[in-house]
Design a protein around this ligand. Structure first.
Ligand SMILES: [Cu+2]
Length: 215
């Protein structure tokens, strides 16, 4: 958490932590009050129940405060969502195909791989489509996730901030080998990426070794 490997990590994690903290605060507060009242108003101390009349101030407070808090959470969710759907114009397009049970990547120059190669610090735009059933493209460390359908294309974008090797998973149950539907993302320095792209470096294994070590 908070390892800034893609442009979405900090904002999403901060939103998650704040939402979690608010939830835990109210969980503790409400649990405490419930126990407190159970003890305070038990039968021994309070043998005869008494009627309580409404309290306008309280009613307004416990309607307005949660409403405002939920709207604030919604606002942060909305900003984060808008960020994920606003693709920068200079993003590098890569076609991603999902099928039972593997991922395939096709680049602008027609090259195809089953590992996703991308340059560091550059926006990439993945155009997702499925050849068979519904899948879900998920790079947990990048906080990137999008369902993939056979009926229409979907787009996801991000900027990787660090070179290295990360996992892509399928996050939508898609049949028997769903749990093996993994691929890798290799985030390369600009130089390595260009070398890879123009095919200068034929010994990919060497290149890969270099990257995994530098991470
Ligand atoms: Cu799948």
């Amino acid at each position: 958490m908070f390892d800034d490997v893609s442009n979405f990590v900090n904002f999403f994690d901060a939103t998650f932590i704040v939402t979690l903290a608010v939830s835990v605060f109210f969980l503790v507060l409400i649990t405490f009050l419930m126990i407190f009242f159970v003890i305070k108003y038990n039968r021994k101390r309070n043998p005869r129940g008494s009627n309580i009349h409404g309290h306008m101030g309280l009613e307004i407070a416990w309607t307005a405060i949660p409403t405002i808090m939920v709207l604030i959470m919604f606002w942060f969710g909305w900003i984060g969502y808008m960020d994920t759907v606003t693709v920068p114009e200079n993003a590098m397009p890569i076609n991603v195909s999902a099928q039972m049970w593997k991922w395939g990547f096709e680049y602008e120059d027609g090259r195809k791989t089953d590992t996703l190669f991308i340059p560091v610090s550059k926006p990439v735009k993945l155009i997702l489509h499925s050849n068979d059933v519904n899948h879900s493209f998920f790079i947990p460390e990048f906080r990137v996730k999008k369902d993939v359908f056979p009926s229409y294309e979907r787009i996801v974008w991000f900027i990787a901030n660090q070179t290295g090797e990360f996992y892509i998973a399928c996050a939508e149950y898609c049949g028997m080998n769903h749990s093996n539907m993994y691929a890798k993302v290799l985030v390369l320095s600009e130089e390595n990426f260009n070398n890879w792209r123009i095919g200068m470096n034929k010994e990919e294994s060497k290149l890969l070794e270099g990257i995994t070590k530098s991470n």
